[in-house]
Design a protein around this ligand. Structure first.
Ligand SMILES: NC(=O)c1ccc[n+]([C@@H]2O[C@H](COP(=O)([O-])OP(=O)(O)OC[C@H]3O[C@@H](n4cnc5c(N)ncnc54)[C@H](OP(=O)(O)O)[C@@H]3O)[C@@H](O)[C@H]2O)c1
Length: 237
């Protein structure tokens, strides 16, 4: 996919943070981009901020397969094709197992793991047609476990395993699959308000650049699992 101009991407959770940053980078390359949010208002307001005629704002909750099927159909009918799917939407609930509620556990797994399954199921036949690219946004929490991380670690360890198996399933259709595993990123994750203390972190546009580089890499090569971290960690946090 050396020339991205006119190619079409679908990004779950593009209303803010990493998904928004990836959308910005892909639009800059001349791609047409659909972004989703659980809220139509948030999706529309993000699309206005992106200020580009090639953006489509959609309401879809990744926890629902039918909602994802509907959003993928809308993307294909608006832009005529679909080449790139970025399964990015995610939530974080952190706490020790004795305090972790069933609701927090379910929301984490249903969004970060089953949500990606839903996005992939909804898009796999369209990606076969375009011989496209699927990228999941996992986390370093998909390989490093930590205290208070039971739900989040479970969702991201699961997502890394899921994506690697899917990569092998889809390679024979010339669909490329990569999981990106970021460390700390400056975003609104877990209701964080990004500010001047976050400049040491990976910025969403850095991951946008990484996605562009992946899409443009020589088709004979597939970086299937990428760990990415801030190059410097401040002494005091
Ligand atoms: N920030 C980090 O340090 C970091 C590090 C590693 C990995 N990640 C991963 O990166 C991904 C993006 O997170 P972020 O840091 O950009 O957080 P963010 O700023 O909170 O953005 C999360 C995005 O996901 C969407 N979302 C959440 N639940 C959804 C659902 N059920 N259906 C559809 N969209 C949903 C949100 O949209 P609405 O709220 O508008 O619905 C929002 O657009 C997540 O998978 C996260 O686990 C983040």
């Amino acid at each position: 996919m050396t020339n991205l101009k006119g190619k079409v991407a679908y990004i779950t959770g593009g209303s803010k943070g990493i998904g928004f940053g990836i959308a910005q980078s892909l639009l800059h390359e001349g791609m047409k981009v659909a972004i989703t949010s659980r809220s139509a208002t948030a999706a529309t307001s993000a699309a206005e901020k992106l200020g580009n005629k090639n953006i489509l704002a959609l309401e879809s909750n990744v926890q629902s397969l039918s909602s994802e099927i509907n959003a993928i159909q809308k993307t294909e009918s608006a832009f005529g094709r679909l080449d790139v799917v970025i399964a990015n939407a995610g939530v974080g609930h952190f706490g020790p197992i004795d305090n972790l509620t069933e609701a927090a556990w379910k929301e984490t797994i249903d969004t970060n793991l089953t949500g990606v399954f839903n996005t992939v199921k909804a898009s796999v036949e369209v990606l076969k047609k375009s011989q496209g690219y699927l990228i999941t946004i996992a986390s370093l929490a998909g390989t490093n476990f930590f205290e208070n991380g039971a739900a989040y670690n479970a969702s991201k360890f699961g997502l890394v395993g899921f994506t690697q198996a899917v990569m092998l399933d889809l390679r024979k259709y010339n669909i490329k699959v990569t999981t990106i595993m970021p460390g700390s990123v400056s975003s609104s994750f877990n209701s964080h308000v990004a500010g001047t203390n976050d400049t040491w972190k990976i910025q969403p546009e850095d991951l946008g650049q990484m996605v562009v580089d992946l899409l443009k890499i020589n088709p004979r090569t597939l970086p299937s699992k990428i760990e990415v971290r801030p190059s410097v960690v401040p002494a005091k946090r």
